[in-house]
Design a protein around this ligand. Sequence first.
Ligand SMILES: Cc1cc2nc3c(=O)[nH]c(=O)nc-3n(C[C@H](O)[C@H](O)[C@H](O)COP(=O)(O)O)c2cc1C
Ligand SMILES: CCCCCCC(=O)C(=O)O
Length: 363
Amino acid sequence: MAGEPINVNEFEELARKVLPKIYYDFFSGGAEDQYTLKENIEAFRRIIIRPRILVDVSKIDMSTIILGHRTSAPIIVAPTSSHQLAHPEGEVATARGAAACNVIMGVAFTSTCTMEEVASSCKAVRFIQTFAFKREITANMVQRAERNGFRAIILTVDAPRLGRKEADIKNKMIAPPFKNFEGLISTEVVSDKGSNVEAYAAETLVPSFCWKDIAWLKSITKLPILIKGVLTGEDATKAIEAGVAGIIVSNHGARQLDYTPATISVLEEVVHAVQGKVPVLLDGGIRRGTDIFKALALGAKAVLIGRPVIYGLAAKGETGVKQVIEMLKNELEQTMALAGCCTVDDITRSHVNTETERFLCRM
Ligand SMILES: Cc1cc2nc3c(=O)[nH]c(=O)nc-3n(C[C@H](O)[C@H](O)[C@H](O)COP(=O)(O)O)c2cc1C
Ligand SMILES: CCCCCCC(=O)C(=O)O
């Protein structure tokens, strides 16, 4: 690639060049055969856009409201861990990039900067992400999230234990200290079995966590809870019954259970089950503005962006994060104009065609 990156895939190339291989493998990798990793991207390619012509598209407004927060576009930075492995300023730089673009910042509890450092670094609307942790860790997270102005909790439910990322095992990947755990567990956890992230997981995750524990989480906070990791209509229905404020269709960027479906391929199933009761968001494989458009057409309120943001951070710090988000926003704006949609609400189901629909048409 010569010159400046002109799309987020070129940012990945830049990141691959600047990062030590062990960290690039950690950020880019998926579980086991990485079937789902490829599918998350390929499934978007099988969806075709049906543009409308002769619409006045002289003004395009991408703004939207997510859990009461107006943002410049239906884009959220996905919570991802270990940003200081990508850049010394870590999540602080990422949050500043998000703030500059007026999009919501998802902060992982397994961040390398503390929640407090991220909160004091910028004015971005921030959601804190947590796992099915031991109750004392969750209670500590809730108190700090409320005190530091986080606006929602993202509860990731697809990780009762860690997925097997074989590159990390081979590389004996050592995660940096996750500073939010300081005082709660030993942050010096080490493992002689390969990746030390396993040791963190064993110290903190509660595999018996289930639906009733959401009631407990609700009882200790007033913050809205988004459940992340839903892939079926059945679980979406249970999540609504449990009283969540939103659903994130996610397979954890294909880092947990391999051979789960591409998220975009199950979005409609979840949207139908939810019946408009809460917003449905989606992540996994978004690399183009056209991907965002397709997700919105299939019923997502917004999308979360994981790896591309990390690649921007690795390549150019805060500026790179900003450039990645701006690229995706510009591409979405271009797609909306060329497809005849002036606002995100103008994007409808009839603006896309899935492979199944095309197959049925031929019969
Ligand atoms: C390096 C890395 C670390 C991640 N860490 C977390 C995490 O701590 N918590 C979480 O809920 N999801 C985590 N995720 C998953 C993301 O939130 C998101 O679901 C996924 O990255 C979306 O797919 P994409 O990378 O294709 O955009 C991580 C993903 C990556 C790539
Ligand atoms: C308790 C340790 C969990 C680390 C999770 C990081 C993650 O979600 C990922 O790498 O993917």
